[in-house]
Each structure stands twice: as C-alpha cells, then as structure tokens.
Ligand binder design. Structure first.
Ligand code: SAM
Length: 317
C-alpha cells in the first residue's frame, strides 16, 4: 500500500536487509525491555504481516510472562490467512487500518485494489476469537471526512471499536498541511450530529485515544495527536526494524541496540543503556510541533532519503 499520508512518494530508500533484526534479536530485546518493566508490545511498521512467518515471532514474545499485552497494527490485507495462527501464537489484540468503505477511494488514495481482502481480514480476526479488534481511520479533510458515520456504523455492526485519527505531520507525510487536518472537535461534532450527545469516558490507564460513548453505549476513540498532543502521558518507546530504540515518534536520534547486540553486549549492559536513556527522557515531539507558529511538513523527501529511519513506516505508527 502507498497511503498518501504515509508513503506518497514514487520511490523509497529501504533499510538494508542485513540491518534488520532477526526474530531472535527482537525476542532478546523484548526480554530486556520486559525486565525493565515493559508489559505491552505492539507490532507495527511498515506492514508487520509482510514479515515472513510473523506468528513465530508472536510465539517467541508470548513466552515472556511479563509481556502480557501483545498487539498488532496491520493494513489487514494479509490478515485473512494469518489471523488464526496469530491468535494461536498468543496475540490478543488487533488493530486494522481502514480509511474508507469505498474500494475506489482506497485505489486512488492508497494505490491498492485489495479493499475486499482488508474486510475479509477484519472478519477473520473476529472469527479467530480476538477479544479486541479495533479499526484505525485517519480522517483527512476532503478525502474521507464524509465517511465518519458510515465507518462508525461499520464498526458498530461488527462489534468493533472505531478509532479516528487526526492527520499527523509525521516523517513520511510529505503532503501534509494543517488545512487537511480534520480535528477531534470536528470528528466528535460529526458523530454527535448523527447520534445526539456524545459522552467522554474517563480512563483509568493511559491510552493514546480519548474514548467517547454514544447514548446506546457504543464506544469510539479519537487520537488527537495533532491538535491536542498527549506527550505528557505518553509512555511509549519504539524499536525500528533495524534495532534503533527511539523515545518519541518524532525523535531524531535513538540508541543503536542492534550494534550493542551484535558487538556482544550482555543483557545487563544493554538494559543499563536503555534505562539511562529512558530515565533522562524529555521528548515531547508532538507538543513541540503544535507550538510552532508556522507548521509545515516535518521532513522533506531529501531528508527522508538521507535517513529512512525518519519515515513513519520504519519507526512504526
Ligand atoms: N501497515 C500497518 C497499518 O496500515 O496499520 C501499520 C503501520 S501504520 C504506519 C500504523 C497506523 O499509522 C495506521 O493506522 C495508519 O493509518 C497510521 N498513520 C500513518 N500515517 C499517518 C499520518 N500521517 N497521520 C496519522 N496516522 C497515520
């Protein structure tokens, strides 16, 4: 897929194959993070299901008792054939990206003809027994802001939770501009316009989405990272496919864990490096972006080509 808000360019610089962490290396890093208190791992990308035999990685991660929340974000195209194996391997939560219910829109916007496969993937996840299946929808003004209610109905009809995401100026979004951002306020207003008053839900734990309920109890979420960033409560670290540990989606520099592993550092030494970096963390990338007087694209294409780790698709959305 080549979603216009993430990978709109004709050509990309890819990370060299030998730089990509093996499943065994990812598993080892996950174990070190688990030892430092991490309990949740989300596999994202890029497209995680393009990685051959992903259920094998899930099974490795599931062996760490401390990692009690394993989740996947996927475009859904290959989910139909893998959902059962992923569940059997220990995955419990799936988020599928679905920006439109109209195949022709997806063909134009994401250069993909595989809309039916995405729907089949969603249905396969439900059939496989996943207790939590969510839908991620990036709302872009003039593209799919007219489908908010239809997408909510689609989710509601299948017992899924819809999550509407504001268009973010992340690396890779080379066509971003503020006027295309359909804000949380506008999203909630569109839903309230159809269903009546919408009630905000109070959350006991941190999550990126603010959740709301309709009068009939239907719950949906909005991720307002662009107009109402939540850096103060963000507790996420990111590991790129090639082993760079980043403290923020917008972070410029990270810690090269792959080098540490391949140079023979033991787990205690790697954990010490991670802990030192994390405890000195001051990143608040989205808030800094929101404070800019003139807000344009984060990285132009030349900057992304110079370092593909700046791409959303390498650091994980
Ligand atoms: N390939 C997988 C997928 O399609 O879900 C996982 C990676 S994708 C980068 C993860 C999520 O980030 C998707 O839900 C996608 O819609 C979202 N995303 C990508 N670019 C975005 C942007 N510029 N603003 C907001 N969300 C974005």
């Amino acid at each position: 897929m080549r979603c216009r808000y993430c990978m709109p360019e004709a050509e990309y610089v890819w990370l060299p194959r030998e730089s990509i962490l093996s499943f065994e290396e990812i598993d080892r890093v996950a174990g070190i993070f688990a030892g430092l208190g991490v309990s949740k791992v989300r596999l994202t990308g890029g497209e995680p299901l393009l990685r051959h035999d992903l259920p094998k990685l899930v099974a490795l991660l599931a062996r760490h008792a401390a990692l009690n929340d394993l989740a996947l974000t996927t475009n859904g195209i290959l989910l139909g054939r893998e959902a059962g194996r992923l569940y059997a391997a220990g995955l419990r939560r799936v988020t599928v990206s679905l920006d439109t219910l109209r195949p022709e829109r997806m063909a134009e916007f994401a250069r993909s003809q595989r809309h039916a496969d995405v729907i089949a993937g969603i249905d396969a996840a439900v059939a496989a027994g996943f207790g939590s299946v969510k839908l991620n929808t990036v709302i872009i003004r003039g593209y799919n802001d007219d489908e908010i209610v239809d997408l909510l109905e689609f989710a509601r009809g299948r017992g899924l939770e819809a999550r509407f995401i504001e268009y973010m100026d992340v690396g890779g979004a080379t066509g971003w501009s503020m006027d295309q951002v359909f804000s949380q306020r506008e999203i909630v207003a569109a839903i309230a316009g159809r269903y009546g008053p919408v009630r905000p839900l109070h959350q006991s734990t941190w999550a990126p989405a603010e959740r709301f309920a309709l009068a009939d109890g239907t719950v949906f979420g909005v991720i307002a990272s662009t107009t109402a960033p939540f850096c103060r409560t963000c507790d996420r670290g990111r590991l790129t496919a090639d082993g760079t540990f980043l403290l923020c989606l917008y972070g410029e520099r990270g810690l090269d864990l792959r080098e540490l592993l391949r140079l023979g550092a033991d787990d205690t030494a790697v954990a010490a490096e991670i802990a030192a970096l994390w405890s000195a963390r001051t990143d608040r990338g989205a808030e800094e972006r929101a404070e800019l007087a003139e807000r344009g694209v984060l990285h132009r294409i030349e900057s992304l080509r110079a370092d593909p780790r700046r791409e959303m698709h390498t650091r994980g959305g």
